[in-house]
Design a protein around this ligand. Sequence first.
Ligand SMILES: [Zn+2]
Length: 263
Amino acid sequence: MKNKFDEFYFENDTNYPANVYWDLYDKNHMEAIKKYDGHMFCPLCKLAPLTVAKGNQRRYFKVIESDMEKHDIECSYRHKKATKKETHNFYKDLDTTDIRNRLVSCLNRMLKSVLKDTNNGNSLMRGEKKSKNNFFDFKGDSGENKYLPHKNFNSKNLEEDMDIQKIYYGKCALYIYKYVPKDETDIKMYYLKVLNKNSKKQICEISISPYVYNYLSDELADIPEDKNKALNYYLCFSGILEKDKYSYKCKLKDSRLMVLEKE
Ligand SMILES: [Zn+2]
């Protein structure tokens, strides 16, 4: 099955969710084509060029067959996506140090700009890399390399295969709600509210038990409790999303299933 990308890497910049393209396309399609077409690449290895499918019903980005070889040699998109069962088995026998390393790589590779501050000599050109491109890979049931399901939570299609555990990542604004039941003094649950950076609309809510929170307290201490003061963060976590009344929700099962960094 062909991979349909719901995000793209824009030349010498960063990854964008697909709707950045389509929003401009719907406003002025010539402008979108001029700006992006031919300058979009695989969001992971940044090397294989993306082609745009512009059907009335189906809009997506793909790497055409003859360009498959342009993916970096270790790019995950040379492999197939893990099945639901393989993904389940991966998380069942989880090595928590291993998953944390994967999430850190994901945060750095999928969310940060490729061209850093050009004055400090650390600038990274397209195709160069500090981290590897195979942090989503693992051995599936048949011993074949597969990649873990993952998704930018700023994509529009969060409902797709929602029952499969995924690595979710994205830029967002965060605040935290500490739930204390009436007539009690102890915090019973922490709710990390993940908001769209621009609209401040809630994307999802991650519930964190006090036990799990303890391990993350250093990283979560700076997150404001007031929605109006929500701070911009890079966030990456693994879990199963559920549809909630106002947005999505997810239970954080282990502190090593989440990494975050102030933008
Ligand atoms: Zn690639």
